[in-house]
Design a protein around this ligand. Sequence first.
Ligand SMILES: CCCC(=O)SCCNC(=O)CCNC(=O)[C@H](O)C(C)(C)COP(=O)(O)OP(=O)(O)OC[C@H]1O[C@@H](n2cnc3c(N)ncnc32)[C@H](O)[C@@H]1OP(=O)(O)O
Length: 302
Amino acid sequence: NKRLLLSETLTERFKCLYSGSVYSSIHGFSQEEIKEKLLAFPGGSIDLLKQDSGIAVLTINNPPRMNAFSGAMMVDLEEKVTQLENWTDGKGVIVQGAAQTFCSGSDLNAVRAMSNSQVDGMKMCMFMQNTLTRLLRLPLISVALVEGNALGGGAELTTACDFRLMASGSVIQFVHKHMGLVPGWGGAARLVTLVGSRNALKLLGGAVKVDSELGVHIGLADGVLKVDLDAARAETGLQQAESWLSQYTKGPAPVIKAVKKVVLSGRELSLSDALRTEKDIFGSVWGGPANLQALASKSKHK
Ligand SMILES: CCCC(=O)SCCNC(=O)CCNC(=O)[C@H](O)C(C)(C)COP(=O)(O)OP(=O)(O)OC[C@H]1O[C@@H](n2cnc3c(N)ncnc32)[C@H](O)[C@@H]1OP(=O)(O)O
């Protein structure tokens, strides 16, 4: 019986990994149940624009609350991540906030209303961990475009992207300690991977305001957006982020997706599992149209 239980647990685990989620019914988690509770907190939206370039723009849109996440927006984000998972022609995604600021975390009105139920708080946290893990595991190269403030859950959201670009004057701040909390949307685990445990401890323990200079110095930010004082020539943050990302998304979608998948398996799996997965992904592009075309054109890599 124990053996049967173990094999059922393993099957569930593989299902979870395949679907990208962390929690499922074996953890006593019901996605539908928490969705219903979250929908009781309306306001704002998550907008998805899929472009012909293969780069999508995902916008956190709730300007009256500095793009804080209402419950309805958490549900909306999950739906938009599902759409991105199914986007065959997609290669990249930029996550931005509306109205030149990134995101001020959880909507404090929803947090206050849920604060007397530990169960609801934990379920919200599991829901957001699932969604943000799936965002990071998308077969697309993702960039957080940070303008203005990324606070609390907003700081956590930036870590669910492959890269972060910061506008000058922008701030990423894990303010959780000031709220008597720690990150719960997976932001601490991802931060340790990004900047190492010593820097992560400093950022969380000191609720440090990370500006673009510090962000680049500790490896949290991958670039700083230029501010051109000549308004006529100035590119918007989004245009700069799109041209930065397009360096890595040139080429056919199946190849770019394969690039992201081999890196993802290297990042998340044991070496043996990562090598086996890499072999399978290699098999998916070997002899494919892009490979055959490159072989036929006798290309030189000068
Ligand atoms: C596991 C998740 C953990 C979390 O995310 S907990 C939430 C962490 N985030 C926060 O504590 C952010 C608190 N907000 C702030 O510090 C400031 O509002 C902020 C973002 C620096 C902007 O400051 P200012 O530019 O001076 O603007 P302001 O304070 O007048 O804000 C404009 C309106 O936005 C509202 N707002 C900002 N952040 C919010 C939030 N997280 N939830 C709900 N409402 C929020 C703020 O109340 C104000 O509304 P109103 O105009 O007074 O009606």
